[in-house]
Design a protein around this ligand. Structure first.
Ligand SMILES: Nc1ncnc2c1ncn2[C@@H]1O[C@H](COP(=O)(O)OP(=O)(O)OP(=O)(O)O)[C@@H](O)[C@H]1O
Length: 254
């Protein structure tokens, strides 16, 4: 990991009618880190990530990618940028009528003009990277367990060789063993591919296992960004409740 920023959020304001979700929110993600985002339910984690992804326009403030203001990018530059991102949405969001292989091929079909046989080869390679065997390629999403669906979601997110991977609660719904295996896979991918990973999570074990730094959203802002060892000492009621609760204590002593 380097200290060099890859994504910077500056002075972000997000608002729905009179409901202000973010006010003057700043956050910096460093190249090559696994950056966790935590916060209470409704604190604005998903809205923040959707804004970085360009699915929502900031009501004020700016998002910078590699130092370039996203609001000033041309549509073409944005399209190029989006190819550098892989996203695993909550629930994996696979196309139910497409096989696993076709799901992973979908971003290739959308963005790259190449023979179908080559797309299929790339899809199978990504499937292997996500820890699934070739026999999974012809299965339909309905035939997969929750953990397998998430792995296919990761394979699809990796289809275009992204620099940055966005994960929305990747271990939600997995049993503890499945969740820790998933964490291991993310760690391996980060190391072998040099990815930057931005991950919304409620999973305290994941924070300990793979996050280099964690941003906490409370009171409409990022109130702190720190490695877990520093974060647990941070003097704020939400942070203290979170890490002093039963799940936080168990993870700390684990
Ligand atoms: N499209 C929308 N229209 C109106 N309000 C919205 C919309 N999207 C989000 N919000 C509101 O913004 C706030 C933040 O939502 P967000 O989904 O980002 O929270 P979160 O921190 O991701 O929560 P959770 O942990 O429960 O997933 C919530 O109060 C939500 O109701």
């Amino acid at each position: 990991m380097s200290a060099e920023p890859i994504i910077e959020v500056k002075g972000l304001r997000s608002q729905f009618g009179t409901h202000v979700v973010h006010e003057d929110l700043d956050m910096t993600v460093r190249r090559g880190e696994v950056h966790g985002i935590v916060g209470g339910s409704g604190s604005g984690k998903s809205v923040l990530v959707n804004t970085i992804l360009g699915l929502r326009k900031p009501d004020a403030g700016e998002i910078y990618f590699d130092g370039q203001a996203m609001s000033e990018m041309s549509a073409r530059d944005r399209a190029v940028l989006e190819r550098r991102w892989g996203v695993l949405f909550q629930g994996s969001a696979l196309f139910s009528s497409l096989s696993v292989r076709e799901n992973i091929m979908a971003p290739l079909r959308e963005h790259i003009d190449m023979p179908v046989s080559l797309m299929a080869e790339i899809a199978d390679l990504k499937l292997g990277m996500s820890g699934l065997g070739p026999e999974a390629a012809t299965k339909m999403p309905s035939e997969l367990s929750g953990g397998m669906k998430k792995r296919v979601g990761i394979a699809r997110a990796l289809a275009l060789d992204p620099d940055v991977l966005f994960l929305d609660e990747p271990t939600a719904g997995l049993d503890p063993v499945g969740a820790s295996k998933f964490d291991e896979m993310i760690n391996e991918l980060r190391e072998t591919l040099g990815l930057t990973v931005i991950m919304i999570t409620h999973d305290v074990d994941s924070l300990y296992a793979i996050c280099d730094r964690i941003s906490v959203i409370a009171e409409k802002k990022v109130i702190v960004t720190a490695p877990i060892e520093e974060l647990v000492e941070f003097d704020h009621p939400w942070v203290q409740d979170y890490f002093a609760g039963p799940r936080g204590r168990a993870a700390r002593s684990g």
